[in-house]
Ligand binder design. Structure first.
Ligand SMILES: Nc1nc2c(ncn2[C@@H]2O[C@H](COP(=O)(O)OP(=O)(O)OP(=O)(O)O)[C@@H](O)[C@H]2O)c(=O)[nH]1
Length: 291
């Protein structure tokens, strides 16, 4: 897995753990590694301060003990959020939202496959009717995932009506999971949020919406969160999907984004392939991050 985890702190921490004992430079190295990994200044300060306190209190000298403490601290902070997907409704409707290019369509394909592999029937609604190419892309991904697709009946059809038809098809055919693609354009924030609000209202005439997943690109790190602020404030987001971790050295982004938004990470994307999606497990993540 090493080649799949460029976000691991392994390389950044190597110097620090090669020294026989903890000294002042250890703290500088740790701070630099955490900032470099996009934990952000506040979390970095808090972690360094806490670990310093523990090292003093327990008179630790071995950097390997510090590594263990670092892993435990990160895991404990990641664990404060409930990262499980809530998909017990039938059908369980998931709206996928986010700005352009973050990996929404790819995530929908991977998520559909993930659910299919767990034996669930899946229908995808191509409600990003703004771009014809978007409908074709999501259709291709649905086919790869062995999921059904509901496409607009004419170009530019109201996204809410596509969403409605998708949920209606799921009810009639007893399909367990509905995943709805939405447009990511941000030119008119008000318009976008109105559109998402309408999709939700229309779907909820039939069944509740189980999850609203906001997709964020790890390579843009915390800057990307600013772009997504409108979704966080207005779209009723229930969880985050962090994509492109495979191309990112910003493993700390995952903790920073959970704490900054107050929203749990529910899935992580680590590649362009259909199987490159995983549920988010704090213990596993902290282990891979710190080593
Ligand atoms: N390396 C890597 N690339 C990814 C991942 N997820 C998506 N991508 C790539 O990111 C690019 C954009 O992905 P899309 O799924 O089209 O993004 P989108 O948000 O649907 O984009 P729009 O439809 O334009 O809004 C594509 O080249 C994907 O292959 C990932 O986890 N890792």
């Amino acid at each position: 897995m090493a080649e799949r985890t460029p976000w691991s702190l392994g390389a950044a921490l190597r110097g620090m753990f090669s020294k026989p004992t903890i000294d002042e430079s250890t703290w500088e190295d740790l701070e630099e590694a955490l900032i470099g990994a996009d934990f952000g200044p506040d979390i970095t300060d808090e972690i360094v301060e806490r670990l310093r306190g523990q090292v003093d209190e327990f008179r630790m000298e071995d950097p390997r003990d510090l590594k263990r403490l670092l892993r435990e601290t990160i895991e404990e902070r990641l664990d404060r959020f409930d990262t499980t997907l809530k998909l017990s409704d039938r059908p369980a409707v998931t709206l996928v939202v986010g700005v352009n290019g973050v990996g929404k369509t790819t995530t929908i394909g991977k998520f559909a496959k993930f659910l299919r592999q767990h034996g669930r029937s899946v229908v995808v609604g191509a409600a990003d009717t703004f771009r014809a190419a978007a409908v074709d892309q999501v259709t291709t991904w649905a086919a790869r995932a062995d999921a059904l697709i509901v496409r607009p009946q004419q170009p530019g059809q109201d996204p809410a009506s596509v969403a409605y038809q998708t949920v209606d098809a799921a009810l009639r055919q007893q399909i367990e999971m509905v995943i709805i693609d939405t447009a990511g354009r941000l030119q008119t924030k008000g318009g976008l949020m109105d559109e998402l609000g309408k999709i939700r209202r229309v779907v909820e005439k039939l069944v509740p919406v189980s999850e609203v997943l906001l997709v964020l690109d790890a390579t843009t790190g915390q800057n990307g969160v600013n772009q997504a602020e409108a979704f966080i404030q207005h779209a009723g987001v229930t969880g985050l999907v962090v994509t492109k971790l495979d191309g990112s050295a910003k493993g700390g982004f995952v903790l920073a984004v959970q704490e900054r938004t107050g929203l749990p990470i529910k899935l992580i994307g680590q590649g362009e392939g259909i199987d490159d999606l995983a549920g988010f497990e704090p213990h596993v993540y902290a282990q891979k991050l710190v080593g």
